[in-house]
Each structure stands twice: as structure tokens, then as C-alpha cells.
Write a protein that binds this ligand. Structure first.
Ligand code: DUC
Ligand code: ZN
Ligand code: ZN
Length: 533
């Protein structure tokens, strides 16, 4: 007799964005087929059975902000290091941390040959196909110019042929930032195509001005990266972007919101009924400015390991306020912003300073130099250091340890932030982000809490291609025991059991979260609604 299920999970405490229930799950052909109290012998016959032993079983994590194989030009002069992870290593790290879907970035550049967004996506897709992926994956497109012909001709094709329904726009970085009117151009075309606009909200002029002033005073060590980007930098940019988006009635999502001020601006806009959403990331709950002077000596280059943009908030009291935003709905999604650069590698964190040796206080850096030793002695100017930290593998365990286990958020909110809302926001729901019949059988199964001994994390335990983790030595109270992708076990009891050919490309639909703003949309004194008449 043909088996009824391929995989059965018993003794599960199933958590969705709305409910928790003790039950069993039956999977057939990669889809969830049944959620029931128990299965009989006939149903169990021939199925692989996993005993969750009373642990939480959640929809597989969706990390909607991951940089892999990306041409990263994030320094103020367009300097960036080499992205340390490709689709193989990055997705491996994802599944080892309970994440079954990643959305990565394909970036246009200002170079004429990168004008075509379609060509950019083809290039990035071939990078993914070259290695394959352990996780299902999709792309956001980064748009850094406002060519009308490209926007008009190519955005509809991106949506229809590639299922790319989101774009990221920058308000900072010389090589990426758009002026206000360019931002309006792109948002206007994106809106016509129901493409979700993601915004990196930092005021580039403020950063550049403060950086110059810090440099005049010789304050160039990695720590001063944070001082060049105080919370008002995000505060101003979020306020401005909200106004621009409101003007043309465009929904927006702020990526990597890391300041209390940014979060408050988002909250205020939401209270006005505007379609404004926000992503936040682990570094804004676990790191502070002090971590940028944590290593070796307060001014040495090793502190570059913590440089990311926006930087972590100034103090732990900010963490507490941000945790409130995590529980009260201000933050819509929780992503990693995994932006991997190696530390002890000439193409990693040191790449920019090696190109500008004057920033190493006159030291000549030659072939075969003991880089690590040099970097511990010197500071290097922060303006040349690539911005980004790794975190795709630690994202869910940090949310568990910092927010769920401490009672700051409920299990349901955990699922909403880490899986269901990203699926809805980026047009993947209910294929992804749901535990219901017909959804993809993507699961993260945790250890039963009582049987898990907390441990201290070391980078050697992780699967990314980065030589450090910002969370080295931190205590974790749980870790994914199984990660299951479309019914296939990928990660079990600390071992990778899936293959790099298991992940599939995801064509996405329009956002299912974006809404119109009933309060302001019809008010001609607030919005330019005549644009659409
Ligand atoms: N923005 C990102 O999204 N990631 C890393 C650096 C940056 O500026
Ligand atoms: Zn960004
Ligand atoms: Zn990023």
C-alpha cells in the first residue's frame, strides 16, 4: 500500500503567528498535509518520523535581508570588501540556524554596464546557480539610479518573469544614494508595479560632515564609526522618507532600523495610519557603541569586526526601548542583515585601509606582511572599513535567547517577526511562513527546553565563511535541533544532512501587508493624489 505521509512530526508544540497547540504534523510531497492530534499505524507506516519531544515546532525562518556573492560598495567612497559568503556557505549557515528561506540582494551599480536591472538579476542568479543553495532563495533589487527608461521597461519584467517584488534604495553612500527627487522617481515607478520599497535611512550628508570633523580631530579609530552616525542620522532620514512616501502614497519598509528615534518615527507614522513598516536586526538588541572598542586595545583595528551601518545603539537602555518595539508591532520583521567580511583577510575588513595605507599611520603594507599583527597594533581610518557583520546563523537563536526566553515576546510573536511577516511582506505567504495544509513543509524544531544545556558560542561552531562572530562567548539558551525544507531534513542534531542542490529559487508575488492609508489618501492637502487621476 502506498504510504500516506513522507514525514511525520510527533509530540510537537506547534507555534504559528496566532496560536500554539500540541499536535502532530503530516507531510507529503514537500507540503503540509495534516495537523492532527495523533496518527494511527496505517498513517505512520512508511513515513520518516521525528519526535519533537514537546519542543516548539515553528515555520522555517525567513531571513529577508542577506548579502551573498554581492558586489559590496558600502564605504562612503564606494569602497567595500569582498562578500565572504557565497550561496553555498551563506545558505548552509542559514539552515544550521533554522532558516529555510533567504532573500538576498542583487545590486545595480552606477557603471553604465550595470544600468539594466534585468542583466543585474541574471548575473546574480547565475552566481546562485553556480554553487546551488541549501535554502530556498529570492532576490531584492537594489536601485541606485533613476533612469526612466529602465524603470518603465524593466520593473514590470522583473515582477512578471522573476517574481521580484521589492527594491532597496539608499539615502547614504556616495555611490548608492538617491536625492529626494530621484527617490520619488523610483518610488513612483515601484508603486505602479506594486513593488515594495525598502529604504536604507541614514542621512548621507550628516555622516560625511561628521566624518570630516572627526578626521580633523584625529578621531578615526573604528569606534568613531558609531559617532559619525548618531541616532539623529537615522531619525532625520526616516522622517524625510516617510514624508516623501506619504506625498505619493507609497508604502515603505525601513531596513535595519537600529535607533530608538528611528523606531519612534515609524511608530508615529503607523499611528497616523500610513503604510510604513520596519525591519530590525539582532545587532540592535545585543551590541552597543561600547562593542566598537571591545577588542585588544580600544583603538585597534580589531574593533572593525563590529562596524556595521547603522551602528548598534549607544547603550543598553536603547535595547530595552527597542525590545518594546519588537513586542508592540512597531517592527514588522526581524532579519539578520548578514553582510559578511573576513577580519584577517586582505579583501575583508582591512581591504579599504590597505588601499589607503596613509590611514595606517604611514605603515607600508607589503606582500606577506603579518596582517593580523599589524591590525592589532594600528587603528585604520573607519571611513575605509567595509560596513557589515555576519549573523544569518545566529539570528533565530539570538531572538530566542534575548526575547523569547526572557518573556519579552511571545512564541507567536517570535514566529510573526521571523517568518510569517517576512512571508507576507514579500509576497510568499502562505506558501512560506505558515503551518497550514498546503503550505511548504518548512520547519524549525527547537530542543525541548528542559533538556537543553545553555552553551557559550564560538565562531568555530558556525558555518559561515567568516573568521569571527560578533557574539563570540555569548550564552545561548536554545538552538535549532532540526531544520526541514519542503519536507526534507537539512539539519539534525548539529549536523548538516541536506545538500546544496536542495534550495530552489522563489518567484514572489506582491506584498500582502501593504495597505492604503484611508485617513490621508483622499486628502489633497496632504498628498498629491492628483498624480493618479
Ligand atoms: N546596509 C546594509 O543593508 N547592509 C550592510 C551595510 C549597509 O549599509
Ligand atoms: Zn543598508
Ligand atoms: Zn544589508
Amino acid at each position: 500500500m502506498a504510504k500516506m505521509f513522507d514525514l511525520i512530526i510527533i509530540n510537537a508544540v506547534v507555534v504559528t503567528a496566532s496560536d500554539i497547540s500540541a499536535c502532530c504534523i503530516g507531510v507529503k510531497n514537500g507540503k503540509i498535509r495534516a495537523l492532527v492530534d495523533s496518527f494511527d499505524d496505517e498513517e505512520l507506516s512508511g513515513a520518516e518520523v521525528i519526535d519533537a519531544e514537546g519542543a516548539y515546532v515553528m515555520p522555517g525562518g525567513i531571513d529577508a535581508h542577506v548579502h551573498l556573492c554581492q558586489d559590496l560598495k558600502t564605504g562612503p567612497h564606494g569602497l567595500g570588501g569582498e562578500c565572504a559568503d557565497n550561496f553555498e556557505t551563506g545558505s548552509l549557515s542559514a539552515i544550521a540556524g533554522g532558516t529555510t528561506t533567504i532573500i538576498t540582494f542583487a545590486t545595480q551599480t552606477r557603471a553604465e554596464e550595470d544600468r539594466s536591472l534585468l542583466k543585474v538579476v541574471e548575473t546574480y542568479n547565475s552566481r546562485a546557480e553556480e554553487t546551488g543553495s541549501y535554502a530556498d532563495y529570492g532576490f531584492h533589487i537594489i536601485i541606485v539610479r533613476n533612469d526612466q527608461d529602465i524603470l518603465e521597461n524593466e520593473l514590470p519584467v522583473l515582477v512578471k518573469d522573476w517574481g521580484i517584488s521589492s527594491c532597496k534604495l539608499f539615502l547614504t553612500y556616495e555611490t548608492q544614494r538617491l536625492t529626494d527627487s530621484q527617490l520619488l522617481d523610483v518610488m513612483f515607478e515601484a508603486r505602479k508595479n506594486a513593488i515594495t520599497t525598502m529604504i536604507h535611512a541614514e542621512n548621507g550628508d550628516m555622516i560625511e560632515w561628521l566624518t570630516g570633523k572627526l578626521e580633523e580631530k584625529g578621531m578615526v579609530a573604528p569606534y568613531y564609526h558609531a559617532l559619525s552616525r548618531p541616532p539623529i542620522v537615522e531619525g532625520e532620514a526616516t522622517t524625510r522618507a516617510i514624508a516623501l512616501a506619504q506625498l505619493i502614497q507609497n508604502p515603505i519598509l525601513f531596513v535595519h532600523v537600529g535607533s530608538v528615534l528611528g523606531a519612534a518615527n515609524v511608530r508615529r507614522a503607523q499611528t497616523m495610519g500610513l503604510p510604513v513598516y520596519a525591519e530590525t536586526c539582532p545587532q540592535y538588541f545585543h551590541l552597543t557603541w561600547n562593542d566598537l572598542k571591545r577588542f585588544h586595545s580600544p583603538t585597534c583595528f580589531e574593533n572593525s569586526k563590529m562596524i556595521c551601518s547603522p551602528p548598534p545603539p549607544p547603550s543598553t537602555s536603547d535595547h530595552e526601548e527597542l525590545f518594546v518595539g519588537l513586542s508592540n508591532g512597531t517592527f514588522t520583521i526581524y532579519s539578520s542583515d548578514h553582510c559578511p567580511f573576513r577580519y584577517d583577510h586582505p579583501h575583508g575588513k582591512p581591504s579599504g585601509v590597505l588601499e589607503h595605507p596613509e590611514s595606517m599611520e604611514g605603515e607600508t603594507i607589503s606582500e606577506g606582511h603579518d596582517l593580523k599583527n599589524l591590525l592589532e597594533r594600528k587603528q585604520g581610518a573607519f571611513r575605509f572599513i567595509p560596513n557589515g557583520i555576519p549573523g544569518v546563523e545566529t539570528r533565530l537563536p539570538l531572538l530566542y535567547t534575548g526575547a523569547l526566553a526572557t518573556g519579552r515576546i511571545s512564541p507567536q510573536r517570535f514566529v510573526e517577526l521571523s517568518s510569517t511577516n517576512p512571508a507576507k511582506l514579500y509576497g510568499l505567504y502562505p506558501k512560506k511562513g505558515a503551518l497550514m495544509p498546503g503550505s511548504d513543509a518548512d520547519f524549525v524544531i527547537w530542543h525541548p527546553e528542559k533538556s537543553f544545556t545553555p552553551f557559550h558560542l564560538h565562531n568555530s561552531m558556525l558555518h559561515h565563511n567568516v573568521d569571527y562572530t560578533p557574539y563570540e562567548g555569548m550564552e545561548f539558551v536554545n538552538w535549532p535541533r532540526y531544520t526541514i525544507l519542503r519536507g526534507k531534513v537539512m539539519w539534525a542534531n548539529g549536523k548538516v544532512v541536506g545538500t546544496v542542490r536542495d534550495g530552489q529559487y522563489l518567484k514572489r508575488g506582491p506584498s500582502q501587508l501593504s495597505h492604503k492609508s484611508p485617513r490621508t489618501d483622499k486628502d489633497p492637502y496632504r498628498v498629491a493624489n492628483w498624480l493618479y487621476e
